[in-house]
Design a protein. Sequence first.
Length: 328
Amino acid sequence: MNAPDHPAAQGKIMLVGLGPGSHDHLTARARAAIAEADTIIGYVTYIRLIADLVEGKEVIKKSMTEELDRAVEALDRARQGKKVALISSGDAGVYGMAGPTFEVLFQAGWTPDADIEVEIVPGASAINTCAALVGAPLTHDFCAISLSDLLTPWPTIARRLDAVAYADFVVALYNPKSGRRTQQIVEAQRLFLRHRDPQTPVAIVKSGHRPKQRIELTTLERMAEAEIGMLSTVLIGNSNTFIKHGLMVTPRGYANKYAVEAGERNTHAGEQAGRSLSTGLNGWLATIQASGRSAAELAADYGLPEDYIAAALLSELPPAGEEAEIEG
C-alpha cells in the first residue's frame, strides 16, 4: 500500500518590529515570533540586538541598502515551507520591511489566501520611544518625515517639510544625517525657520533605549550644530511646545477651554466641557458667515485657501446640541 501523501509545510513570513532594541521593550508577540521562526533575516545591526534570541536558527544578515534582497530571501525560505522572522527596528510598517516585502510578494503573484502566510508584528517606532525619553512632545498633532533622499526626490521631501512647518505640526525627522548626507538637516532647518520661532524646542535622541543612548535638548536655531547621525531621531516642537525641568512638553490645548485655579478646573466664558471650542468648526462657521467679509479677506486672515473659505461661507450650520466627546 502506498504511503499517504502529506501536504508540504506551509511557509510563513513574520514581519517583526523590535521596538527600540532593548529586550525590555520587545513585545511578547515579537519574542514569540522570533522563537517560532526557523530563519531570521535582517540588517546586521538589528540582528545583533537580539543575538541571544536567535541561537541555533538560520540567520541571514544583510547590509543597510539591501532591503529588497531581505524580502526576496524571506519569500524564498517561505516557499520552502519555513517560518521566517524578517526583522525591523521600531515598527516594521514605519520605514521598515513591511512595505518592500509586500512589493516583492505582489510582484511574485502572492495573494492573502496563498500558501504563504504573512503576519505583521507591531513594535514601538522611534517616534514613540524617543518621545518617551524626553517628556511628552507628541501630545498634540504630529507627523514623521524621513530626510533620506536615497529613494525619494529632494523636492518632494522639501515640500513636505515646508507644509508641516507651516501647519504647525510637531515633527519627527527620521534618517536625519549620515556620513554622506550632511546637508539635508541644514535644509530642513532652513525650511522650518521660514515658519517657526528660532527658539522652538528640539530634542535629538541617539540610540534611544540602547547602551550608547544620548539625548540633547536644543532649539531650532541651534539644531544643525548638534551631534546628529543615522541613529538619531530629531523631534521638532510646534509653536506651543516648551521645555521645563529638562522635559519637552506639547500642550494638548486644555488652556483654550479651562482655567485651573486653586486645584479646581473651570471652563472659560463661552466654553462647555465635552463640547467643541467656541472657535471649533461650528463656532468658526457661524463667525465667518456672520462677519459679512469676503472669502478673499477671510482667507488672508486665516491662512486658508480662498476656495475652501468660499465653500465654508455657503455651508449649512449643523444643528445645536452636538453629542459630547471624551477629552484626552
